[in-house]
Structures are given as C-alpha cells and as structure tokens.
Ligand binder design. Sequence first.
Ligand code: PLP
Length: 439
Amino acid sequence: MNESPSRVPRPKSWEALQRALRSIPGGVNSPARAFGAVGGHPIFIASAHAKYLTDLDGNQYLDFIGSWGPMILGHAHPVVLEAIASAAARGTSYGAPTEAESELAELVIELVPSVEKVRFVNSGTEATMSAIRLARGATGRERIIKFVGNYHGHVDSLLVSAGSSAATLGVPNSPGVTVGTSRDTLVLPYNDIDAVREAFAASGDQIAAIIVEPVAGNMGLVPPKPGFLECLREKTIQCGAVLIFDEVMTGFRLAPGGAQELYGIQPDLTTLGKIVGGGLPLAAFGGRADLMDHILPAGKVFQAGTLSGNPLATAAGSATLKLLKQAPPYDYLESISCQLEKGFRSAAEEAGIAVQVQRIGSMLTVFFASQQIVDWVTASQSDCQAFAHFFWGMMDQGVYLPCSQFEAMFVSRAMEPQDIDQTISASRRAFAKLRTMRS
Ligand code: PLP
C-alpha cells in the first residue's frame, strides 16, 4: 500500500514534537497521543471550539475524540467556561471542604442509579484503584476479576491481561508491575458467561470484586452480550463479592445514569471520570452507602488527595451535569450517531471493504473485520493496517478519529446532521482509496 500524504508531518506540529521529545518521554503525556498505532506523527493542538480542533499549522478538524470522552457538549462550552472562570476568581484550591463538592456529589447521586455516596478524585485511574482497595477492605478478600481488553487506567493490579480465552491468573503486561501485585487478578474473556460461572465455582468465596466496563470502549466498542452483566450481578450477590462498573467512559455518555441505567443493572460501586469533570481533571467512585462508609475518615480504608474535589474541576463538572440534566442530548446523539453508523456501513459496502460498525449511543467503532467483535480475541483479528490507512484518509479530509483500531469514537452534541453527512462522504472517499490501494 502507498504512503498516505498526511503521514508527511505538518511543519509546526513537527517542530513542536521535536521540542517535546527533548523533555517529555515520547513527546507526549499519555501514550495514545503519539499516534503509535497508526504510524505518522501527532498533530499539536492550538485550540478547540465546539466540534472543532485547530492544530498549530491552522488546520481544522471535526473532532470525534472529544478529549477521549469528556467533551460530550463540545469544546469550550460557554456555560462551562463561565463556571470555571467564576470559580477561579475565588481561588483555585483550598485543601478544605467546599459546598461545590456537595453540589456535584448530589448531582451524581441524582443521576447515577446505584450511587448513594461518592468520593471525588483526580483521574479515572485513581477512581478504579480506590474502588478496588475499598472492595478488598470491605470484604476482607484479595482476589479480583477483570476482563481481557477492558482498561481501567494504569493501576498496577489492573494492568494485566491474558492472551488466551482460558482463564489465567494475571501476568503483568508492563515492566514495573510486579508478579506479586497482579497475582490476585484473575483475567477472564469479556462476554464469556461460562468462564465467569467457572471462576465463581472454583473460588467464589475468595473473590473480593469484579471490575468490568459494562460497555467496553477500550478494545473498540464492544457491547455486553445479553445475560453477561446479569450473570455478573447474580454471581457477585451469591458469593458476597462487590460488583464494580467502570463507567469512566460510559457514565453520563450512554444515558444520564450511564450503562447501568441503559441495561437496568445496579452495581455495588461505580467509577466515573471524563464527563463528570466537564473537561477538567476530576473523577469519582461511588455506590452503596454502607460500602462507601468504609472509606477514611468514616471508615478505615485509606484514600486521600491534595487536589481532590478542587473548586475548578467541581465547577466544570457541575455545570456540565446540570446542562445534561436541563437539556438531555441523548435522543439527539442517538439520532446523529445512528446516521453515522448507517453511513459508514453503506460507504464501506459500496467500496467492497468488510467492516463491523459497532455502536451504543454516541460511542462507535469501525472494525476492519468480517465478523462481529465480541471480545478481545475477535477484536485483535481486525486489520489494523487498513484502519491506519482509513484514519489518515479521514485526517486528510479534516476528520479527527481516535488513532487506534481499538478505541471508540465519541459523537458530540455540538455536531449537526450536516457534519455527519460530511463525515460519511469523507469516509466514502477514504474507503474507496483503501480499495484502490488493495487492488
Ligand atoms: N477506566 C476506563 C473505562 C477508561 O476508559 C479510562 C481511561 O480512558 C480509565 C479508567 C482511566 O482514566 P484516566 O485516564 O482518567 O486515569
């Protein structure tokens, strides 16, 4: 296949990358931003407004990443900006309680069905780490279950996967994560009800918690099979284990109350991030009051944070959740996301390219695969090279997609039906180009 023109770096982004490489490992502060999965070089962003990103070279892109999820209302929403500015004028951090924290906590409790009490932290990683510690502290058990292809942030005990469909005890997948740390993490295939039943039959009384992305977004978009989440709920109740829904991505995105509202299943604990902070660094874990009261100082499980619940992030989070409550965008997002799904599917079909367009609400992934994706094994059979060409084909036309086959696109409220039409037209040309490259 030919080299796509966009892989030739944009001059100012290229210079910025050289500068960043001298002081920041790999030039980026989070690895996905380096474009490693699609080749080429990252663009450096100068500004963002509503549905658009503008790079240092002045190119404008329709943004389907939305900061990897938070920007459901679009960038620089005036109401959110005003809330941040007015909070900043009163000081940026006090390290002491504020009413703004209670306001955001009340909004979270009102919107997320299973949450009775909530604690704020600064990142999704902190939220999942704390939820796991809480589950272990409350149950007095050590073993946890996670699923292959689910990502829960860079917590040592969760940075574990298994390449086979068999249940295995965790093997760390990053240097620096000790075997000891991940020894108590049991890794099972996503959507595999039998594997869950077997794990509970073998050692149900030792399992502290299951942590799961109720709709997986971190291997591309993979919905739960009917009965999967129900099975997790049933088994954890039977065995006295804690069910943790990691809704860092899906919370306030798939419905006001996230995936748990959409599927009608109440976990014991929920982790939230991204949208709950309105684009500022804030995340949360919450759930049953009796469990949450194990957290220090109400209980004995240690958890703390200098900047946790800081005034700027809570202001941005509350403004965002209030907007979502006042004018719920979910029907609109469903309609334009469905338009996008159908458009991608027919554009690929016209070009004779096999794809699976998988979508729930405003999250979707175009898998370059001929079979439905249900877990990591099927996801990993996708044609990543074809995806990379598609990605650059779209970038050439001003459409910014997640830079990996194994990420979900996020549609924002700032987009209009004509933006979706333009994206579909761009995809028609990108698929056609891919077809020509293949022949
Ligand atoms: N959990 C899920 C489901 C995520 O998608 C992410 C990040 O993408 C995290 C946890 C970690 O969040 P953070 O990057 O804020 O640490």
